[in-house]
Design a protein around this ligand. Structure first.
Ligand code: EPU
Length: 334
């Protein structure tokens, strides 16, 4: 246990943050001790790569930093490789490693910041692939009961940027590893326009070519958190009923939306924010990114209040202009 640890560099938004007590989780043998220890604290939370969080300046109680490592091939089935990665592995490095081994299928999720353990919590997704399509199971320690569970993909109750881990009472689950089912009969996923139209992917592209194209597209559109503090998309793309979409289309014929399997429509929040006039606009020490209005960035020295104020202003403006409620994507750690 370490006291008064500065975590300003452990959240990609770069918000000032000090953890009263920090526990570094590195191996499974620490888990029983950890579950006993949390009883002494009024509150506790689990921190991975800090890439989908906004933080209060003082984190009271215990903060558990996930740092266990390891990647292994569990077995080779006729149809898929079963690969396990420890929660503390860096997501992008893990994706790159799987490709080096010839285990394809995660390339569309290249360059997403954060750790393997955080990936199932918000069911990361990009460029036509969501994590749930590749998850076999998730190994998670129930911190309150002191028990280890293995959840099948179905039991994780994944949906768009959501899972039962995200909905559970905060501090219940410590994900320790994720098991992936990677197809041996690999097919490129190129339906997303940025990939479909990419010059390097026109003729029988390899998984490595898809990986490189995804990295290039992301580098063009999205700010690198190592250079400009941010937590990725700041809002979810809102899903509305067909009737509401029909009304919106009459009023705003250019509205960007994707039909969902259940008949509803997912609206591009970036478009809504852009049209509400916030693209590239600053407020306090934060701004909405000039190339992707959905990403809030730290202009330098931002504090939590700046972030919450801008988020509120944008929610108000989008609600007023389009009648749509935007839901914040990153988790608030208080
Ligand atoms: N758009 C604008 N103005 C903007 C931004 C977007 O008009 O400033 C419109 C464009 O017409 C574009 C459409 O919105 O065609 C969608 O934009 P984009 O393709 O950039 O994707 P997105 O819906 O904004 C989502 C994910 C990203 C993911 C990309 C690619 C969410 C909340 N965000 O963004 O995920 O990388 O698709 O698949 O679902 C993240 O979660 O942190 C993240 C970056």
């Amino acid at each position: 246990m370490l006291n008064n640890q500065d975590l300003s560099r452990c959240n990609t938004f770069g918000l000032p943050c000090v953890a009263q007590t920090l526990f570094r989780f590195e191996q499974v043998s620490q888990l029983p001790t950890l579950s006993a220890a949390i009883k002494e604290y009024a509150q506790h939370r689990v921190l991975g790569g800090g890439s989908n969080v906004i933080t209060h300046p003082d984190l009271a109680g215990l903060t558990i930093h996930v740092a266990n490592k390891g990647i292994r091939l569990l077995c080779e089935h006729d149809n898929f490789w079963l690969v396990e990665a420890s929660a503390g592995e860096v997501w992008h490095d893990f994706v790159a490693y799987t490709l080096e081994q010839g285990w394809y299928g995660l390339e569309n999720l290249a360059l997403i910041p954060g750790t393997v353990g955080a990936a199932p919590v918000q069911n990361i997704g990009a460029y036509g692939l969501e994590l749930e399509q590749r998850v076999h199971s998730v190994l998670a320690w129930n911190l309150l009961e002191g028990e280890l569970y293995e959840f099948s993909a179905e039991e994780c109750e994944f949906s768009y940027r959501d899972s039962m881990f995200k909905r559970a009472k905060p501090g219940t689950w410590l994900i320790i590893a994720v098991r992936f089912r990677l197809p041996r009969q690999w097919q490129p996923l190129l339906q997303y326009p940025d990939l479909r139209d990419h010059a390097s992917l026109q003729h029988a592209p390899t998984a490595q070519a898809v990986f490189e194209a995804v990295c290039e597209v992301r580098r063009t559109k999205l700010p690198d958190p190592a250079q400009v503090g941010n937590a990725g998309s700041f809002f979810k793309n809102p899903v509305v009923q067909a009737e509401q979409y029909a009304v919106l289309r009459t009023q705003h014929p250019n509205v960007v939306a994707y039909a969902q399997a259940d008949g509803r429509y997912k609206l591009a929040a970036g478009w809504l924010i852009d049209q509400a006039g916030w693209k590239g606009r600053e407020a306090g020490a934060v701004a909405m990114h000039p190339r992707q209005a959905l990403v809030m960035t730290n202009c330098g020295g931002a504090v939590l209040e700046d972030v919450l104020n801008l988020a509120q202003q944008i929610q108000n403006d989008v609600q007023q202009k389009f009648g749509v409620q935007l839901e914040q994507e990153p988790v608030l750690y208080a």
